[in-house]
Design a protein around this ligand. Structure first.
Ligand code: DX5
Ligand code: ZN
Length: 214
């Protein structure tokens, strides 16, 4: 399982220090962009993303929690991201079109889904997405409690992916810690986003290694 620490929980007064640590220890850098409308919080935007690519050497994964996400795909690509996801709830009938736009910009395309939307809604996109992001908390804040029903959602999606002989990866996001990492890996998770469990750990690099080996 690859580990994608979420910058949302990093120390914003000493970002460069955290970024250098992540370059050495993490697989992917997960970046949460929130607009206060699609989700009830505002995080950071392009003025933060843009300079990151000068320091970050691991793939950058931008998780867009915004309305009209298609307005920003080009900008996300220009800022050096290699993975980009948007929310199904913000795209609905445009989902396939947005996935294809992200791919045509040279990024891996992902679609994210909140815990209250049936996971089956995304089954039709497994061939069009490079990864599917299952939220295991409601999108908007770091540090929330993992929703256990997410495990069954991962399993259902994994079964569908195997049945379809698709290569789509499953990413999980929200409340990931050593308490659930092993069960998530067994359920079929390929990429685990981890914010507070990594950055609140005494030794974040050791926590990333522990989550990866869970
Ligand atoms: C929540 C974000 C997450 C968040 C995860 O909306 O999408 O990426 O940073 O943080 P933790 O791991 O603390 O739940
Ligand atoms: Zn996220």
């Amino acid at each position: 399982m690859q580990i994608a620490p979420s910058l949302l929980s990093a120390d914003f007064l000493h970002l460069e220090k955290d970024l250098r640590m992540l370059n050495e220890s993490a697989d992917i850098l997960h970046l949460d962009v929130m607009d206060g409308t699609q989700v009830p919080n505002i995080s950071f935007g392009f003025s933060v993303l843009d300079p990151l690519s000068k320091v970050v050497t691991i793939p950058m994964d931008v998780h867009l929690m915004v309305v009209e996400p298609q307005r920003w795909f080009k900008k996300v690509a220009d800022d050096g991201a290699s993975m980009c996801s948007f929310h199904y709830e913000a795209a609905l009938s445009h989902t396939a079109e947005y996935l294809s736009q992200i791919r045509s910009l040279g990024m891996k395309a992902g679609v994210a889904i909140n815990p209250d939307i049936p996971v089956e809604s995304l089954f039709e996109f497994v061939d069009k997405a490079d990864f599917i992001l299952i939220m295991s908390v409601f999108a908007g804040f770091g540090g929330q409690k993992f929703i256990p029903a997410s495990i069954e959602r991962v399993k259902a999606l994994k079964e569908h992916i195997l049945r379809s002989s698709s290569n789509t990866l499953i990413e999980i996001d929200g409340g990931v810690s050593l308490d659930n990492a092993a069960v998530l890996r067994e359920a079929g998770v390929d990429i685990a986003v981890a914010g507070s469990s990594v950055f609140k750990a005494e030794d974040p690099a050791a926590m990333i290694a522990a989550l990866r080996q869970a």
